[in-house]
Design a binder for this molecule. Structure first.
Ligand code: HPA
Length: 277
């Protein structure tokens, strides 16, 4: 499976339209352990992603592999519970397909979440981090979801990334967090290919180049969304402290367990933002 063509997007949309006619205004992607946020959706219709042609299906524990259509705070939404990651073996181009499909179904805003390790020394597990910007390290290493023929109907060959995360959505999120007493850090996210966690030397390098939180997702999806002109809000749930001095061990179980603390906060933040839109 190589580059994404418009036909691939239309085929996936066609399969989804057999089940629902809902036109989402907002697409959401839920990170590891954050799937339960979809339980807040009213009038939910579920579609198993393995029934959608070409869809990159997740095999990771904590990612259930469903699309949930419905309403959150009265806003029609489409929530992807269980994203696929590059390390699972999907091509980097295919990782972007769900975002193209969300846009084609009507969404013009993407709310993207992830579980991330805190590289910033003062960030703690359980906190949320508003993504102010990202470092596209995986892209610098040659893995761009936009590689291949440009989809001119969606966006330009060389899309701008000066405002990858929408300034207005960021200020709404800050205001909602302040009003609701939701602890909200803010910082720069980096996406690595994974699936191995970082060595202490990796982490010192990342801190040195300005990273606050590290994960294995999000950046390819944001690049696709911005290429298509969608506005993006990104939030990391800090699931563990990255291990800069080698004194602790990082596990996927720890990442999933942090979801229990993060989900209520994330639900409150996202619901608050939706109310303001
Ligand atoms: N490193 C990379 N990805 C992650 C981490 C981490 O510490 N925690 C959750 N996703």
């Amino acid at each position: 499976m190589g580059f994404i063509r418009e036909q691939d997007i239309d085929d996936a949309v066609g399969a989804i339209r057999k089940t629902t006619s809902l036109e989402p205004k907002i697409g959401m992607i839920l990170g590891s352990g954050l799937g339960p946020l979809a339980e807040a959706i009213e009038g939910a219709e579920h579609i198993e992603v393995n029934a959608i042609p070409g869809w990159p299906v997740s095999t990771v524990e904590g990612h259930s592999g469903k699309l949930v259509f419905g309403h959150l705070e009265g806003v029609p939404v489409l929530v992807l519970q269980g994203r696929a990651h590059y390390y699972e073996g999907h091509s980097i181009e295919r990782i972007g397909l769900p975002v193209r499909v969300m846009q084609k179904l009507g969404a013009n805003i993407l709310i993207v979440t992830n579980a991330a390790g805190a590289v910033h020394p003062e960030f703690s597990p359980g906190e949320l981090m508003l993504i102010s910007d990202h470092i596209n390290l995986i892209g610098m290493a040659g893995q761009s979801p936009l590689r291949g023929p440009n989809l001119d109907a969606y966006g330009p060959r060389f899309p701008d990334m000066s405002q990858a995360y929408d300034p207005e959505l960021k200020s709404i999120a800050r205001a909602v967090a302040e009003k609701g007493d939701i602890p909200l850090q803010e910082g720069v996210y980096v996406c690595l290919a994974g699936p191995s966690f970082e060595t202490p030397a990796d982490l010192r390098f990342l801190r040195g180049i300005g990273v606050d939180a590290v994960g294995m997702s999000t950046v390819p999806e944001v690049i696709i969304a911005r290429h298509g002109g969608m506005r993006v809000l990104g939030v990391s749930g800090i699931s563990n402290k990255a291990n800069l001095d080698g004194s602790t061990v990082t596990t996927h179980e720890e990442v999933l367990a942090a979801g229990d603390v993060i989900v209520p906060r994330l639900t409150a933040l996202v619901s608050g933002v939706l109310k303001e839109l």
